[in-house]
Ligand binder design. Structure first.
Ligand code: URA
Length: 208
């Protein structure tokens, strides 16, 4: 990781802004690089992540790794983090206050990484950009939200629970790969600048 990301991870490791840090082994700040310009945003660390201090290292992570491989990537070339950076007790859903307290770290990752696209995995990550939207309606349809290009996807855990969703996730990864290939020459833009990338529309889909 870059020096900036390593320094940010140290800050996240020391975070006590919400009660979630109590009773965890450690924070899970996120890992990877800016090489591909893709930032994956999951939900929350689980038991394996809490023990290892790394995101997506359990069964969901295996599926994420498989999908990345299918589009010629691996986790060292993308950045992976979560909506909350400490494991919620007994893997319960993160609470609105906890999500809000952790938002500062997502903003800092956006600033540090300047991603071409944020891939949201599951409904909590989706909710940061599209509150109240249904993932089954908008997965695979990239949008720019407040200057951030967002590509909504199902959470890998959903596909593990419901195998019929695997085809959707696989197709969305293929769309993502095509989007990135077509945008290769476009500038990175968290805040859209002159020559705004053509690949993500403000309210339309790339492929629609
Ligand atoms: N592991 C993570 O790091 N995040 C999830 O959302 C699920 C598993």
């Amino acid at each position: 990781m870059s020096d900036a990301l390593t320094a940010l991870a140290a800050e996240i490791n020391a975070c006590t802004a919400c009660p979630l840090h109590r009773g965890t082994t450690q924070a899970v700040p996120g890992e990877g690089s800016a090489e591909s310009g893709i930032l994956f945003l999951g939900e929350a660390p689980g038991a394996n992540e809490d023990l290892q201090g790394r995101p997506f290292v359990g069964a969901s992570g295996n599926l994420l790794d498989e999908m990345l491989r299918e589009i010629g990537l691996d986790r060292t070339k993308v950045f992976i983090t979560n909506v909350v950076r400490h494991r919620p007790p007994a893997n319960r859903d993160p609470l609105p206050d906890e999500i809000a307290a952790c938002d500062v770290w997502f903003r800092r990752h956006l600033e540090a990484l300047q991603p071409k696209v944020v891939v949201t995995l599951g409904r909590y990550a989706l909710g940061k950009f599209f509150p109240g939207e249904s993932i089954s309606r908008i997965h695979g349809k990239p949008r720019r939200v407040n200057g951030v290009p967002v590509f909504p996807m199902y959470h890998p855990a959903a596909a593990l629970r419901q195998p019929s969703l695997r085809a959707d996730i696989r197709a969305d990864f293929q769309s993502l790969a095509r989007m990135l290939a077509s945008a290769e020459a476009a500038p990175r833009a968290v805040a859209p600048a002159a020559g705004e990338p053509r690949h993500v529309a403000e309210q339309g889909t790339l492929f629609g």
